[in-house]
Write a protein that binds this ligand. Sequence first.
Ligand code: NAG
Ligand code: NAG
Ligand code: NAG
Ligand code: NAG
Ligand code: NAG
Ligand code: NAG
Ligand code: NAG
Ligand code: NAG
Ligand code: NAG
Ligand code: NAG
Ligand code: NAG
Ligand code: NAG
Length: 508
Amino acid sequence: MDLSYRDPVSSRSFSCLTTIILLLGSVLSLVEAGGDETDRLALLEFKAQIVDHGGVLSSWNDSSHFCGWYGVTCGRRHQRVTILDLRSENLAGVVAPDIGNLSFLREVYLQNNSFHSEIPLQFGRLFRLQKLFLNNNSFSGQIPSNLSHCSNLLILSLGFNTLEGNLPADLSSLSKLQILIFEVNSLTGDIPPSFGILSSLRVFGIMTNNLSGTIPETLGRLRNLRALGLSQNNFFGTIPISIFNISTARILYAAQNQLEGSLPRDLGFTLPNLEAISLSGNLLTGPIPESISNASNIGEFEIRFNNFTGKVPSFSKMRGLNWFSIGQNNFGGGQSADLDFLCSLTNSTNLERVAIGRNAFGGPIPDCIGNLSITLSAFSLNDNHISGIIPNGIGNLINLEMLAMGANNISANIPSEVGNLNKMKSMDLGRNSFSGQIPESMGNLKMLTILSLHDNNLWGSIPSSLGNCQNLLLLDLSFNKLSGNIPSEILGLSSLSRYIHGTSICTG
Ligand SMILES: *[C@@H]1O[C@H](CO)[C@@H](O)[C@H](O)[C@H]1NC(C)=O
Ligand SMILES: *[C@@H]1O[C@H](CO)[C@@H](O)[C@H](O)[C@H]1NC(C)=O
Ligand SMILES: *[C@@H]1O[C@H](CO)[C@@H](O)[C@H](O)[C@H]1NC(C)=O
Ligand SMILES: *[C@@H]1O[C@H](CO)[C@@H](O)[C@H](O)[C@H]1NC(C)=O
Ligand SMILES: *[C@@H]1O[C@H](CO)[C@@H](O)[C@H](O)[C@H]1NC(C)=O
Ligand SMILES: *[C@@H]1O[C@H](CO)[C@@H](O)[C@H](O)[C@H]1NC(C)=O
Ligand SMILES: *[C@@H]1O[C@H](CO)[C@@H](O)[C@H](O)[C@H]1NC(C)=O
Ligand SMILES: *[C@@H]1O[C@H](CO)[C@@H](O)[C@H](O)[C@H]1NC(C)=O
Ligand SMILES: *[C@@H]1O[C@H](CO)[C@@H](O)[C@H](O)[C@H]1NC(C)=O
Ligand SMILES: *[C@@H]1O[C@H](CO)[C@@H](O)[C@H](O)[C@H]1NC(C)=O
Ligand SMILES: *[C@@H]1O[C@H](CO)[C@@H](O)[C@H](O)[C@H]1NC(C)=O
Ligand SMILES: *[C@@H]1O[C@H](CO)[C@@H](O)[C@H](O)[C@H]1NC(C)=O
């Protein structure tokens, strides 16, 4: 999320108009004489309520004018505080209500400290305020609806606190608001439908709260929205079709709610700028719309743990795809072409994770997996109805750290090419129909911590080369047709805490 905003810099030329403005300015500062004393007193009262472990406020003393104090910036014309920047300074205590006396304040950065108690209502008196960062503290109580008087507010960032109560509907009067973030608090109640009139809003983040109700259809009117974060709440009902109509949206997170319904067919056309979508952990149904391919900037596609069905369409235009997670759904129909979509991922040169486990995929693993990007580090296909063999091309995926193929019906030999995968940490090929011998080359997998080959038809002796896997914690060879002794090289592995062979379990 882009939180960097530049202030509009006014380039003044010395025209008559400017002279008049300057004159007016000096008249105003005469009228407000004594204003700077107000600011000094307010700052001192603010300091008095703070526990300053790092001593960063030691410069706040009478030996210098407050405009020179650490973290304080004053305006050029009148000596009034315009910026207060004390972020990440290990400050604790409360924010004194006197902060509301700093009437020229435009920007407040108090994030990433340990302030507690309520956010003072007196912030509502700061009608020049544009940016208020109070995130990552321990503020409690409610979000003061008095903030709705800060009519120049552009950024309101209150995430990572312990705020309770509702989202104040009054905040919908803040028509200039661009960034509104309340994530990771304990807020309850609904999203006020009136938030749909915050037409300048670019970022709206309320993830990880206890909000509920349905998502208001009016949010679809936020025609400038780039990022919408609704994950980890208790929202239910369908996602209003209007949300999928916010063509500017780049990030759409609504995971871990109780949302139902299906995705609109034209999603890829109505959200062409999408970069990340996460809808995991809901009750969503129906297919992934084929139009998704049009949203070619998607890097993160995460819809695991729903009840999606059907054939997975092509993702071939998404060259930046990085995270592809569709596990724990009902995709596939036991058909031989079920996994063809994997070939559409071969042009995604940034691929790191492909997770398609716990679905109803059938058919063989296509040979093209050998052409997936070598950036791939996690590949899970477990708990499907996949048959056929492991293509030799698996050996190309040299950065794989996790390979989960358990609980399918994959057969024939385990290709010796798996020995190329020397970053491998966890490999599960259990509960399949593999036969033949355990490849000697597996001894090359020096990083391996978990190797599960149980419930197959493997035979022959256990290769002593596995004794080279010095990090092995768990080795499960049970329910195969292996013969001979357990090589002493394996029994000698000091790392091994669980070795399962036959039906006997040896614990080291
Ligand atoms: C007062 O602030 C000045 C810097 O402005 C600093 O050098 C001085 O040590 C401070 N005095 C005390 C008593 O902290
Ligand atoms: C938050 O503050 C701590 C020190 O209190 C610092 O180590 C950390 O980098 C800060 N985090 C951010 C995001 O600024
Ligand atoms: C500053 O703010 C406090 C609390 O809001 C108020 O009681 C006090 O009168 C104010 N002081 C000045 C000088 O305005
Ligand atoms: C929040 O602040 C704590 C220290 O007060 C720091 O350790 C942590 O990294 C901060 N978290 C964020 C998200 O800035
Ligand atoms: C709330 O904001 C209004 C409008 O700026 C202001 O008059 C009032 O003093 C504020 N409330 C408190 C308790 O400061
Ligand atoms: C959310 O609300 C439920 C009850 O409605 C409560 O049990 C739960 O602790 C709350 N969670 C948080 C994070 O506040
Ligand atoms: C989607 O947006 C178009 C204009 O971009 C508008 O005509 C249409 O009514 C919107 N549909 C919904 C469901 O909001
Ligand atoms: C997306 O769809 C639009 C409208 O149909 C089309 O003009 C555009 O070329 C498509 N983009 C991609 C990457 O397919
Ligand atoms: C998923 O959908 C099927 C019908 O398509 C239904 O039988 C099943 O109960 C659903 N599962 C969940 C977890 O909702
Ligand atoms: C990959 O890109 C090439 C070149 O643009 C294209 O010819 C090919 O069809 C693409 N492959 C897939 C699987 O989309
Ligand atoms: C992998 O890609 C190469 C060219 O980049 C192509 O010749 C080969 O047929 C592809 N293999 C598979 C199995 O798709
Ligand atoms: C597993 O595949 C074999 C053929 O390789 C087939 O005979 C068997 O019926 C399959 N088992 C299941 C449970 O699909």
